[in-house]
Design a protein around this ligand. Structure first.
Ligand code: FDA
Length: 409
C-alpha cells in the first residue's frame, strides 16, 4: 500500500492537537489529525464541570511548573488569553468570569469542541478517529507512520497526546515513549492537581469537621519549588479537599507536610490577646468568632478544659501558641489519588531539548511536542488549556512557515 503524503501529521486530537491542526491548516499546510479514541477532546468535554475553564485572563509564566520555568514564556507571550477570547467571541460563544481570572462557557464545553472542529474544517484538516498509530519511523528528513487507516508519510510529526491522567478516557504514555525512542529525556512524571489522601489514624480527630469549607493560605514544597495559594479548603470524612489541596498537590512530594493557615488575613494572636484584656467570655466562644465554630471546637477539644475557660484567665503564651498552631497547621498526607483522579501530569518531555519558539525537537528536526506531554504544567484555573492553545499556536506557525505563504488567503 503506498503511503499518503501530508505536510504535517498531528497525533492526538485533544485541546492542543485540534488547535494546532486548525491553525496550521489555515496557514496552508496539508494536515492529518489522528486520535485513537472514538471521540475528540474528551478532556475538554469533562473540563470545568462540563463548562470548560478555557483560559485564565491573568495567565503568566509564574502560573506554571517546569524544570525550566522560562521555557513557556515565549509561546504564552505570542498567543495570549486575549487571542483565545477573540476566537471564542468570533464563534459567538458566550462566556463568564468566575473568579481569579477564570473564564468558563455559559452553556457547555461542547461549544469549545464545536469551535475547534469548525476551525479544523476551515483549514481543510483531514481527521481520522478512532485511528491508532502502530509504528513511527524516521524516513529521510521526514517520518513514516503505520496507522489503522493505512501508511502515511509526512515531513513533520507533531505529538499532542497529552498527559497520563484519566486513562479511562484515552490517556496514554505514547508521547513519552516516542520522545524517549528519539533520544529525548523525560522529566519524571507524577499526578498533579490531584486529591491527596490521609491516613485514617492521622485524620480521625478531624472527622467531625466534615463539611466545613473556608478560605485558607496553603503551602507545599520548599525553596524555589514552593507553591503558596489562597484558596477554599473543604474538610471531608476522609481528609482535605477542594481547590486549596488540588493547587498544593502539584508542589507536594511524598513524605512532606502541607502547611495551612486556617485564619489567613488575620494575626490570630492579636484579637485573642485583645479579648484577654477586654472580654469575659470563654475561650471557645472567642475563637468561634474568628473561625467556623465547629473548627474552633474541634481544635480546642485537643486541649482539655481550654474551651470553657474564661479567655481572661489564659496565659499570653498559651494564646500565642494556639494562634500559631492554627496559622501554621502542618498535616502530612499519606499519598495522592493518582492518575485516576488527577487533572494533569507534571513532568514530561524535557523542554531543554525543544525550541521555545516552535516546540520543535532540537534532536530530531521535524518532530514537535505540544500541550501537556511537555514538561509545562499549569495551576488550577484555565492555565493548562492556555498552555495547550499557546504551544499549539507556536508549533502551527512553524508548520505554516514551512509550507510557504498561504496562497488561499
Ligand atoms: P489532551 O488530553 O486534551 O488530548 C490528548 C489526546 O491524545 C486525546 O484525545 C487522546 O485520546 C489522544 N491520545 C492519547 N494517546 C494516544 C495514542 N497513543 N494515539 C493516538 N491518540 C492518542 N484545564 C484547564 O485549563 N481548565 C479546566 O477546566 C480543566 N479541567 C479539567 C478537568 C479534568 C477532569 C481533567 C482530567 C483535566 C482538566 N484540565 C483543565 C486539564 C486539561 O484538560 C489538559 O491540560 C489539556 O486537555 C491538555 O491538552 P492536550 O491537547 O495536551 O491533551
Amino acid at each position: 500500500m503506498t503511503a499518503e503524503h501530508f505536510d504535517a501529521v498531528i497525533v492526538g486530537a485533544g485541546a492542543a492537537g485540534l488547535h494546532c491542526a486548525a491553525m496550521a491548516g489555515q496557514l496552508g499546510a496539508k494536515v492529518l489529525l489522528l486520535d485513537h479514541a472514538p471521540k475528540v477532546a474528551e478532556k475538554i468535554r469533562i473540563s470545568g464541570g462540563g463548562r470548560c475553564n478555557f483560559t485564565n485572563r491573568e495567565a503568566t509564566p509564574a502560573n506554571f511548573l517546569s524544570e525550566n520555568p522560562h521555557f513557556c514564556r515565549s509561546a504564552l507571550a505570542r498567543y495570549t488569553p486575549a487571542d483565545f477570547i477573540a476566537l471564542v467571541e468570533r464563534h459567538g460563544i458566550r462566556w463568564h468570569e468566575k473568579h481569579k481570572g477564570q473564564l468558563f462557557c455559559d452553556r457547555s464545553a461542547e461549544d469549545i469542541i464545536t469551535m475547534l472542529l469548525t476551525e479544523c474544517e476551515a483549514g481543510g484538516v483531514v481527521r481520522r478517529q478512532p485511528c491508532a498509530v502502530r509504528e513511527v519511523r524516521r524516513a529521510g528528513d521526514g517520518f513514516e507512520l503505520d496507522t489503522d487507516g493505512g501508511p502515511v508519510a509526512t515531513a513533520r510529526l507533531v505529538v499532542a497526546t497529552g498527559g497520563l491522567s484519566i486513562p479511562k478516557i484515552g490517556a496514554t504514555d505514547f508521547g513519552h515513549r516516542l520522545a524517549m525512542r528519539f533520544g529525548h529525556r523525560i522529566v519524571e512524571t507524577r499526578p498533579g492537581l490531584v486529591p491527596l489522601t490521609f491516613d485514617g489514624t492521622v485524620w480521625a480527630p478531624f472527622v467531625p469537621l466534615a463539611g466545613i469549607s473556608l478560605e485558607v493560605g496553603i503551602e507545599a514544597g520548599s525553596g524555589k519549588a514552593r507553591g503558596r495559594f489562597l484558596e477554599d479548603l473543604l474538610f471531608t470524612h476522609r481528609g482535605l479537599s477542594g481547590p486549596a489541596v488540588l493547587q498544593a498537590s502539584s508542589y507536594w512530594h511524598e513524605g512532606e507536610p502541607l502547611r495551612i493557615d486556617l485564619a489567613h488575613g488575620h494575626e490570630l494572636a492579636d484579637p485573642l490577646l485583645a479579648a484577654k484584656r477586654g472580654s469575659r467570655r470563654q475561650l471557645g466562644n472567642e475563637l468561634a468568632e474568628l473561625l467556623p465554630r465547629r473548627l474552633a471546637e474541634a481544635w480546642l477539644a485537643a486541649r482539655p478544659g481550654w474551651a470553657a475557660r474564661p479567655v481572661a484567665e489564659m496565659r499570653d503564651a498559651d494564646l500565642r501558641e494556639l494562634a500559631a498552631g492554627l496559622q501554621g497547621w502542618e498535616i502530612r498526607p499519606a499519598g495522592s489519588e493518582g492518575y485516576r483522579k488527577a487533572e494533569v501530569t507534571l513532568g514530561g518531555v524535557d523542554t531543554r531539548e525543544l525550541s521555545s519558539q516552535t516546540m520543535e525537537s532540537r534532536l530530531v528536526p521535524g518532530l514537535f511536542f505540544i500541550g501537556e506531554v511537555v514538561d509545562v504544567t499549569g495551576w488550577l484555573g484555565g492555565y493548562n488549556f492556555q498552555w495547550a492553545w499557546a504551544s499549539a499556536a507556536a508549533c502551527a506557525r512553524a508548520l505554516g512557515a514551512a509550507v510557504g505563504p498561504n496562497l488561499h488567503g
